[in-house]
Design a protein around this ligand. Structure first.
Ligand SMILES: [Zn+2]
Ligand SMILES: [Zn+2]
Length: 219
């Protein structure tokens, strides 16, 4: 889209979507949510001759951060996380243990994401929108120029993120979707943390979790 390349990497265990984003003819890239497919992401960066400028994390659940250590080790990229998910991030080892997994703890985040922040990384303009409810520090990342939003585990095609994990809150999640996702253009593509992509108009019209009885009227 518009000379912006987006490549999806699905992690084998959790079926989580990690993404690389870069500009055609650019020399640097962004990684979003490097999960267990991080080695393939690092290989792709090397194949494309790209320098990784930043790792942006939508949130700090294990499946979205388990590849951070690998990717930092291979690229030296800086890590961006919303501070409200720092406790989850710091408990990555315990999250892994709950699944019977062992994890190399990720290095500490370098930078803080915040609601309303506008970043320019790898030559890409990114708007940060805080969207708590699935986790306290969840953000969505909007690339307006490309007409896409990386929505992590806030909303999926036909579904929404779970709210039964520590720090989850159902009413807050619905408010985040209404205020931070459905306010995007109807044509905006939504690239989620799991499953296929969708768009704002489709979810507004058909997502059963966004029906009136759950959150009041639609945005
Ligand atoms: Zn999650
Ligand atoms: Zn997830």
């Amino acid at each position: 889209v518009n000379g912006i390349r987006i490549r999806t990497f699905v992690s084998p265990g959790f079926g989580q979507n990690g993404y690389l984003v870069w500009r055609d003819n650019g020399q640097s890239a962004l990684a979003i949510d490097p999960g267990a497919a991080a080695p393939a992401m690092a290989d792709a960066l090397a194949d494309e001759g790209l320098w990784l400028e930043a790792i942006l994390l939508t949130h700090a659940h294990l499946d979205h951060i388990e590849g951070v250590a690998t990717l930092v080790d291979r690229t030296g990229a800086r890590i961006w996380l919303h501070p409200a998910d720092r406790p989850l991030y710091d408990a990555a080892g315990q999250q892994a243990a709950a699944f019977g997994l062992r994890l190399t703890p990720p290095p500490a985040p370098d930078e803080a994401l915040a609601d309303g922040q506008r970043l320019n990384l790898a030559g890409l303009d990114i708007e940060v929108r805080h969207a708590p409810g699935h986790s306290p520090g969840h953000v969505i990342l909007v690339l307006e120029e490309a007409g896409v939003a990386f929505v992590g585990d806030v909303v999926f095609q036909g579904s929404i993120g779970r709210t039964d994990l520590p720090g989850g809150n159902f009413q807050q999640l619905i408010a985040s979707i209404r205020g931070q996702v459905l306010t995007l253009d109807a044509s905006c593509r939504l690239l989620p943390g799991h499953g296929p992509e969708t768009d704002v108009g489709h979810e507004r019209a058909t997502n059963p979790f966004l029906a009136a009885q759950y959150g009041g009227g639609l945005a």
